[in-house]
Design a protein around this ligand. Structure first.
Ligand code: CA
Length: 228
């Protein structure tokens, strides 16, 4: 799962990135409203932590713009101001949750888990489903409905299959996958994607899933959830 932190206070931004990375999330930072908006529009993020008081334009304006663009990524607002009006405005604009600074990291992590859980199929467990494939977002176990085999994934395998499953039956470009799993700054070779896809194919075969990762020539990959 990849999180974007839009926060102009460098110290806090860096601390959040470190904490989230330590918890196994992928995290990037943006330092103002314009950069945040542009990064959210790439569609690479599963969750946004959005500060309200930001340079260029503020967090509420970022939220207004992304919801206007029909971008439905979950957003948790962060702010030093805890006025009722801000809270109401933020929720009206489509924020999913709201956290007043200063906050304790465990509280933030709990809110993130709660917001992400709402996004899963039935809201009752930590699993993402695509076709017969099941991925546990807490334990990194990959399994398949209808049999008892399961296999634990490494961190990159997990990030890759999670991205493919959340976008099942859509073609994802190599570039999107590389940026998403290895990050903007990573000097990952493109063929890393192929290597990890081959690991995942073996594991999907092991759990006897009918879903397939198909190569789309000259573009990238697609998780075909209902392959027969
Ligand atoms: Ca700020």
């Amino acid at each position: 799962m990849k999180i974007l932190i839009v926060e102009d206070e460098e110290g806090l931004r860096e601390a959040l990135i470190r904490t989230l990375t330590g918890e196994g999330y992928l995290a990037d930072g943006a330092k103002d409203g314009d950069e945040g908006y542009t990064m959210i529009c790439t569609g690479l993020y599963d969750l946004v932590l959005l500060d309200i008081m930001l340079p260029v334009y503020d967090g509420l304006e970022v939220l207004r713009r992304i919801r206007h663009q029909k971008i439905s990524v979950p957003v948790i607002l962060l702010t030093a101001r805890s006025t009722v009006k801000d809270k109401v405005d933020g929720m009206d604009l489509g924020a999913d949750d709201y956290l007043t600074k200063p906050f304790a990291m465990p509280e933030l992590l709990a809110r993130i888990r709660m917001v992400m859980r709402r996004g899963t199929a039935d809201g009752t467990d930590n699993r993402i489903k695509a076709g017969d494939l099941l991925l546990d977002t807490q334990t990194y176990m990959l399994s398949c409905t209808g049999n008892t085999r399961s296999v634990r994934l490494g961190a990159k395998e997990y990030q890759l299959i999670e991205y493919l499953m959340r976008n099942a039956d859509q073609v994802l470009s190599r570039n999107q996958i590389t940026q998403r799993v290895w990050g903007y700054d990573a000097d990952a070779e493109y063929n890393n994607v192929d290597v990890y896809v081959s690991f995942l194919r073996k594991k999907m075969k092991f759990v006897q899933s009918k879903a397939k990762i198909i190569s789309v020539r000259g573009v990238g990959y697609e998780l075909e959830s209902s392959a027969t």
